[in-house]
Every structure is written in C-alpha cells, then in structure tokens.
Ligand binder design. Structure first.
Ligand code: ADP
Ligand code: MG
Length: 386
C-alpha cells in the first residue's frame, strides 16, 4: 500500500479551490514588495475545518520566495498575544538569517515592554504585571513590527508578513494594543513593508471591533466551502501523485459525503485509502468509499459529541429545534416556533452558536448546520430518531 496522502487535521498536500483567495494575497504581497501600501488587513473567516489555517500556510509559502520574513502567531483563547508576537517576529527574522538581538540593541527592552514572559523556577511561564493604560505597549509593538519589516527590506528582502491565526480568540486587552499598533503603522507616511493576514471563526469581526472600533473597516473575506470541481481535485490530486486513481462512482460518493467541507474531504479520503490499501497503479472503488465513510463517521461522532457536550442547555434546545425542523436551511421563525418563544428571544443563543461555528446564517433569517452530519447526530442524541 502507498502511504496515505490525505491529511485530516493537517495542512493538505494539495490546496484545492483557493485560487481566488491566494490571488488576493499575492496582489498585496507584490504591491508592498514594490513599495506600495498594504491596505487594510485581510482576514479570512469561516467555521472550523473550512481551511483557514491551510490558506494562511499557503500564503506563507507564497511570501517566502518573494523575500518576505513571516511571523506566524497562533492566537490562543483568552490569552495575551503580544509576547507571542515578539517571539514569532524573532523566529521569522531568524528564518531569513537575521538575528534581531544583533541588529537592534533595543530589542530586549521592547520585548519586556510588550510583556515578554520569563520562566519561573517552577517551569511555568509568568508575565510581568501590566498597567491598565497601554500607550507604552502600543508604541513598543509598533516599534517591533516597524523595525522588523524595515530590517528585512534593508537586507534586500521584501518585508514582513504577519499571519494571525485564530484571531477570534486572544484576550481583548492585548488585542486592542495590537490593533492600535497596526493602525498607527498603517497611517505612517514612511514605507512600512508590513502585510497583515488573519484568520478566525465567524465571531472574529465582532471580537476585533469590540477591541478597537476601527477594525470594522478591515477586509473580512468569508471562506466558502469548496465547489464540486475543487472537491474532486482535493481527492484526486493526492492520489494521482501516488499513482492511484479514483473511479468516477467512488469520487461522486465521497464528494456527496463531504459536501464541499475540506476537513470531511480529507477524513473520507484518508479512511477510504486505508480500506482500499492501493498500490501505485491501483484504483479506489465505490465499495472502498462506502466502507471508508463508515469509519469516518465514527470519528465524526466523537467530534460531534464533543460539540454537543460543550453546548449549553439553551443551545442544545436550539440545535434540536433546527435538526428536527425537516427543512434546510431552517427559517429562524421555525426555530422560535418549535421552542414556543418569540423570534426576538432566540437571538442570543443563535449568535453564540454562529460564533462557535456550529451553525451559519445562509440568507436573511435562514440558518444551517456548518458541518454535514451534525443534524443527524443531534437527532440521535436528543432522542428524535436517527
Ligand atoms: N483547500 C483545501 N483543499 C484540500 N484540503 C483542505 C483545504 N483546506 C483545508 N483542507 C483540509 O481541511 C482540514 C481543515 O483545514 P484547516 O486549515 O485546519 O481549517 P481551519 O483552520 O479553518 O479549521 C485539514 O484536514 C486540511 O488538510
Ligand atoms: Mg485553523
């Protein structure tokens, strides 16, 4: 058997159907490399599993050969972000052969200013206490980004690409500091070869806007599910590289199961491969796919159960009303009617489920589940039949 080329939960070997998004990224990278303005940060928003991180990684791959240093910051729920930002900038510079400590003697003091962490004797990371007011931290953050971007340029590179993943997550206070620093840099007349890309759950615009109102003018791009052609390529390409082909009937089954959802494409692809155990020159048939889907569904059940258990009682009632409505997308009014309350009183629960990425607003007043199969799971666990 050839090694399994599918990557559920990991960066895909072949990124399908994101040409438009990558083209937008490339336009900005090229413009800034030529000394032009970066414009507002571009932020990709979508529920989990739609391919945001994969797209940011592909953007990084675009930027590196163009001469960018890349600072990659994986934001963490409720956690401060600035210390990680400084470390990420340092790593990005080192990757292109620049040691920031050597180029800027002020680096260490900047690091302390933005709340760089030290290691306690117990092995636990600790942060120095921060004052309420943060103009010092804003200036220091600006200086870190400005000096890094300019240093790359001075050494003949293009500039600095800052990738902020999970941007719905970081603690509000430091998010505000970061946004203010980015805003100040964007308003400078001098050349700042800094490109900012972000990704996060659908709650990201709300989170950023509550940290700093001007973030409502950032450029939010909703990352859609993959269309039929891209779904097929996501399955066919990795197999083709291993000399394995998908029978057309197998492919359309797998596409149907995944419904354009990138994580599901990888999951069903991987499970099918393990059933088929193909050698180079071999092929994948519909039986393999059907059996693979059964395995994939087991994995999904665990994932769905985790989401269900994490939901509040009100959210569970809402989800049950949606799952048993008998139509999709489900009108908001149908959910309210099933719960026996006026439409206005479900808006908070609806918003929290959208923010968690479990459901999505499809058109005015209509909602749907983001992940294929979750509705069935809800019917099962809520005792409304499979
Ligand atoms: N464009 C794509 N083509 C093929 N597979 C993809 C694509 N985007 C994402 N994936 C796959 O989908 C899964 C989720 O991707 P990820 O980037 O982690 O999503 P997110 O960050 O939105 O949660 C991963 O298994 C990844 O391999
Ligand atoms: Mg991600």
């Amino acid at each position: 058997m050839e090694p399994n080329p599918y990557t559920p939960g990991d960066i895909p070997r072949y990124l399908a159907g994101r040409d438009n998004e990558l083209a937008r990224v490339e336009v900005v990278l090229d413009r800034v490399a030529e000394g032009g303005p970066a414009g507002a940060p571009l932020v990709f928003v979508a529920p989990r599993g739609l391919g945001k991180t994969s797209l940011l990684r592909a953007s990084e791959d675009l930027a590196l050969p163009k001469g960018y240093a890349v600072a990659w910051v994986p934001c963490v729920k409720g956690q401060p972000v600035l210390a990680d930002l400084v470390s990420a900038v340092e790593r990005g510079l080192e990757q292109v052969g620049i040691t920031p400590g050597m180029t800027s003697p002020r680096w260490e003091s900047l690091r302390v200013e933005v709340g760089g962490r030290g290691l306690k004797a117990t092995g636990e990371w600790v942060r120095p206490p921060q004052e309420e007011s943060s103009p010092g931290r804003v200036l220091a953050t600006e200086e870190v980004l400005r000096s890094a971007a300019r240093t790359v340029r001075e050494r003949g590179g293009a500039g600095l690409l800052l990738c902020l993943d999970e941007l719905h997550a970081p603690a509000l206070d430091e998010t505000g500091v970061l946004l203010n620093a980015l805003q100040a840099l964007a308003n400078e007349r001098d050349v700042n070869p800094l490109v900012v890309l972000g990704a996060g759950l659908p709650s990201t615009p709300g989170h950023l806007t509550s940290a700093a109102t001007f973030a409502e003018r950032w450029d939010y791009a909703v990352l859609p599910a993959l269309d039929a052609g891209a779904s097929a390529r996501a399955l066919v390409q990795p197999a083709a590289e291993a000399g394995v082909r998908w029978a057309a009937s197998a492919l359309s089954l797998a596409e149907g199961y995944a419904n354009g959802y990138p994580y599901l494409l990888q999951l069903v692809g991987a499970a099918t491969w393990d059933v088929a155990r193909p050698d180079a020159g071999g092929s994948i048939g519909p039986r393999h796919t059907e059996e693979g889907w059964e395995v994939a569904r087991e994995r999904l059940r665990t994932l769905f159960q985790g989401r269900w258990d994490a939901a509040t009682a009100a959210e569970q009632a809402f989800l049950t009303a949606m799952a048993t409505a008998g139509v999709s997308p489900v009108p908001r009014s149908t959910v309210a009617a099933a719960l026996g309350v006026p439409t206005s009183s479900i808006s908070q629960t609806r918003a929290s489920l959208i923010n968690k990425g479990i459901i999505a607003r499809v058109s005015h007043g209509h909602l749907e589940f983001t992940m294929p199969g979750f509705a069935e799971h809800v019917r099962e666990v809520s005792g409304n039949g499979g």
